[in-house]
Design a protein around this ligand. Structure first.
Ligand code: KG4
Ligand code: ZN
Length: 338
């Protein structure tokens, strides 16, 4: 069964062709980073316009790379949210139109769930459930009890900034380019993670929830002082590297601590990761150095950042479970409760 997946939740326009939910025949992504870079973050209206321009060329490219014609596609899958509403609408309407025109089923999938499915696609065998899902992206930070693919329970989430968002905002304070995650990771390699005593936030009575806004403010105060009068120029290159390293240490140690706590509380030893921040090598090393007994499933390169292969993969799985198309009345949702 061939699934064509479409991803347009934020600033990546992507299309992929996947056979039987697993074998990736093509996975093309057009990133809009250069368009948004000058603004230091994603501008929703510009993102929608870019999706309109890029979506049909991306579909053509995915089909041609997979050496498959549109007539051969058995299922159309699209990310239905969460994301930017204008951006979501474009992917959704294109997927519906193609399904209608080709008289084939269509499935809307949850983008966050797809991030976790990406790690499952990256390994030859499915793990034994239940597993603990950890989503660390630009828009989400969540710990999820996975009973099975498709059956989840939210254990904890961020109450303010997502972890990737915190990386991006701190990078902006340090005048590093967008997206800031990889920039902070690179700078942190040259710095001392113990120099500044930052800490991840604790959420009262909810030990598995996250809060990164206090950490972000602590970095800001260190840079500019409480009255925000200081300036970046008074920091040497090595000070800035120490700041990046100390921020990264606090944010990622917090993720490791809460993930291992959730794993202990629920007696789960298999941990599945998804989202752009899982690209971070330091994070992966922290997990293995703190608990090498757990079974960690990371998404492979190309499947950790936003992509359409994970949408096609999960779409196939969802369709096989229910064996019916979603209604063409399905609307995208900027927020989807987990
Ligand atoms: O999953 P993703 O592509 O988009 C969302 O669904 O949000 O994640 C993008 C986020 C950005 O915030 C980016 O800065 C962050 O992932 N990121 C990283 C790294 N690579 C990407 N954060 C920390 N370290 C990295 N190496
Ligand atoms: Zn994402």
């Amino acid at each position: 069964m061939l699934t064509l997946g479409i991803e347009s939740t934020c600033d990546e326009t992507a299309c992929a062709i996947v056979r039987d939910g697993k074998e990736i025949l093509s996975n093309v992504i057009s990133s809009q980073i250069d368009v948004h870079k000058v603004y230091g973050g994603v501008v929703p209206e510009l993102a929608s316009r870019q999706h309109i321009n890029l979506i049909m060329p991306m579909i053509d490219e995915a089909l041609s790379k997979a050496k498959v014609s549109l007539e051969e596609i058995d299922l159309f899958a699209v990310a239905k949210g969460p994301g930017l509403i204008g951006a979501l609408l474009i992917g959704m309407n294109v997927a519906k139109s193609l399904a209608l025109a080709m008289n084939k089923p269509f499935i809307g999938v949850n983008h966050i769930e797809a991030h976790l499915y990406a790690a499952l696609m990256s390994h030859s065998q499915l793990p034994t459930f239940p597993c603990l899902g950890v989503v660390l992206s630009g828009g989400h930070t969540a710990l999820i009890y996975m009973h099975e693919v498709g059956y989840y329970e939210l254990l904890g989430q961020t109450v303010d900034d997502a972890i990737g968002e915190a990386f991006d905002k701190v990078a902006k304070m340090l005048q590093l380019p967008y997206p800031g995650g990889p920039e902070i990771e690179a700078l942190a390699k040259k710095g001392n993670p113990q120099r500044f005593p930052f800490k991840g936030g604790r959420v009262k009575e909810k030990p598995l929830n996250f809060s990164f806004s206090g950490l972000k403010t602590a970095v800001l105060y260190t840079l500019k002082g409480q009255n925000e009068e200081g300036n970046l120029a008074s920091f040497s290159e090595s000070d800035l590297a120490d700041l990046a390293a100390s921020f990264q240490e606090a944010a990622l140690q917090d993720v490791v601590k809460k993930t291992l706590l959730a794993s202990k509380q629920h007696g789960i030893d298999t941990i599945i990761f998804g989202g752009g921040v899982t690209n971070n090598r330091y994070l992966r090393d922290l997990f293995t150095s703190q608990d090498a007994t757990k079974h960690y499933l990371w998404p492979s390169t190309g499947l950790s950042l936003d992509n359409a292969a994970m949408i096609a993969g999960l779409g196939y799985h969802q369709y096989r479970r229910l064996l019916k198309s979603d209604s063409l009345d399905l609307e995208p949702s900027p927020r989807i409760p987990f």
